[in-house]
Write a new protein. Sequence first.
Length: 367
Amino acid sequence: MKNNIDWFIVVPNDRLGGGAEQLLMNLADYLSNSGENCAIYFLNSERLDGWKYLDNRCKLLYSPFPSYFLGYIALFFFIIKFSLKNSIKHTLSSQTLINAMLGLMKRIGFLRKSKVIVRESNSIFHLLTGLKLLRYKIAYQIGYSKVDLLICQTEFMKNQLIEEIPWMKKKLKVFVQKNPINLDLVKANALKKIKFDEQSQFIVAAGRLVPAKGFDVLIHSFNEIKDKFPKLELWILGEGAEHESLQTVINGLNLGNRAKLRGFSKNPFPYFKKARMCVLSSRIEGFPNVLLQMMTLNTNIVSTLSAGGIEEIQGIYTCETENVTALANAMTKCLDSNNSDNRTQFDEFLEKRTIRSFMNAILKEIE
């Protein structure tokens, strides 16, 4: 007799380094607390313990390979074996290439009885070009036609997908559902003690150190305002391929200790709470979960208009992407203003984005 798995969730790794990974963990937390039987599969073997606290409620399964590429190939064979031993009710992921693999596995019969739910985490057609974009287009063609529900974070993302891949409109249920946030978890983690000077005054930004996050623009913008705010520092939380080039920018502007790449933090929330201001400097986003987290803990928020829907949020200071002076001006205006009244409107906005409402909307769509 097969075991019953209510939710089979596939994630690149168990480090909570990105918004998509944090969202899936929050969903697994909610579902397992609701009595659902969840199995989480990670594409590589490295154990970073980001999901460790769910170990007693969910099955945490790791690829035998440290390489993502080999882990991706191994996923094909793992699903064959896993589906023969388990009855999988729902399958979920939020990364395009993994989504395509799950759709392919349904197409060839191994997830035939499972509701395959996939979520787009980025606007691929604005983010990639050339061979990288071609790889994703092939993935859409091979795997997506058999998924039961495709979740987009914004109408902009949905329209972009349908424009680039017209067959999706007729063959696929494409559903817009705004990102949820686990308010209780964010607030609880923000109260945990971490090591930094309590007297520090800093601006904080967080994310992978990649071009899409626009940290180079942020560093230049900070350089424009540093003399007006001589006690402020810029702290960027995250790791990635651009670490060396961003440090070169910092050194070239002679920012010294005023701008710091502080590395990856498992718990960035105390930083968001303590900061004089939180900044999202991205060039392109799906919809940034980190912005919702910042809004939960701080009332001084600046964001580029890097995703559809940001312009609708009352109380944050916005500017166009890739514009150093515009971002510097928005940061200055925010720092010069009393934004305490934002708490009420931020809370009203965030209360509409609970995990419960997100899951209820998805389940309603696939019933």
